[in-house]
Design a protein around this ligand. Sequence first.
Ligand SMILES: [Ca+2]
Ligand SMILES: [Ca+2]
Ligand SMILES: [Ca+2]
Ligand SMILES: [Ca+2]
Length: 396
Amino acid sequence: MTSKMYRKYLFGQTLASAGLLAGAAQAQSVSLATGPDDSVDGYLEVTPDAYGAWEATSWLGYGDTFNPAGSIGPSFATFSALLSVFVGTEGAALGSNINLLGTYPGTLLISAGANTASDTNSDGVNDTATSTFNVTNLGDVNLDFVLTQSVSNDGGTVSVLLQTYEITNNSASPVDMKLARNFDGDLSFDGAANYYENDEVGTTANGAGNGQHAYMSEVGDSATAICLSSPEADVYYGSKLGVDPGSAGVPFGYGTDTIVWQNYGIPTSWENYCAGVGYDVNGASGAQPAGSASPYDASLGLGWSISLAAGESTTINIYHTYGSTSPLGGPTCDCLADLAGADCGTNTNDFFAFLGFYQAGNPAADFSPGGGINTNDFFAYLAAYQADLNNPDCPN
Ligand SMILES: [Ca+2]
Ligand SMILES: [Ca+2]
Ligand SMILES: [Ca+2]
Ligand SMILES: [Ca+2]
């Protein structure tokens, strides 16, 4: 047993011996799947609870199953996946798993209603769930959430879980909050005994114009990739244990630990950083990037900063795309030269971003056919920029 597994095992044993696991409600977890047959390439099953969290069976959750394109059969991908909310120095991990609640002793109170699953495409398998929950401090924090979760397949080997969180501030006071999504994948598709030691993280978000996202996969195998994305997110990160973004003294952890918790949100030095790649740059980490430490555990995250007036609502969409390094679904941007901020608007900020990518030889500057970055790409970018200036959908 590795140190990571042993640590988690001990934690579970402690809870079990304390009697805390007896009758523990994994509140309202439901199975959502793309169809009845897990032998089909692209098959996806996830088991989220009423808060949108799910965990591996080894951590007393109900797991997930994905069948990647090709000879690899159905296998599990997630250790834990959850959203956390922070208001100042108060916070809550939005999940019902007894291990999660032990790891993140929240100061905000959470309570959920029913998680109701349905079969929207009449294939005999539930694919959509709806639920509501509340986050409060019994004082000036009172947030109501309406959550819709659905799985779908693209007709091929890529499937997606879409989670839509509608958030309403029911307090009489305005609220500033930070949300953090954690996806601690432990990809088992390689079949190795220590399957979670050899995953890589990467991103293709920079220059893509479709919001912040990052992915993890078995090294170099996009069929096994899971991409975490949100058009509304402000920041992403791709984590490998031990790597210290910007040498800021806040290294990445195992993926399911308390660093984000202790910082009341994603640490500033992690924002838009991918291990082994850097800040605001596309690429992939490999299994053991510089600075990483055994057992090289990998995870992903997204962050949002949201302010709501009394009574105001907002919506965020979180996509877990299985079988691709880039997001399936969600709005895409038709602005060809939109490189800075991925905000579907083209202006001089995008031009300067291009110059930076061009100088660095970053693939985000590859605008002309053929590999490599050269003057052809420079002229192709100028043409794209001019086209955007003439496009009323790309305000500048
Ligand atoms: Ca397969
Ligand atoms: Ca169905
Ligand atoms: Ca693996
Ligand atoms: Ca992991």
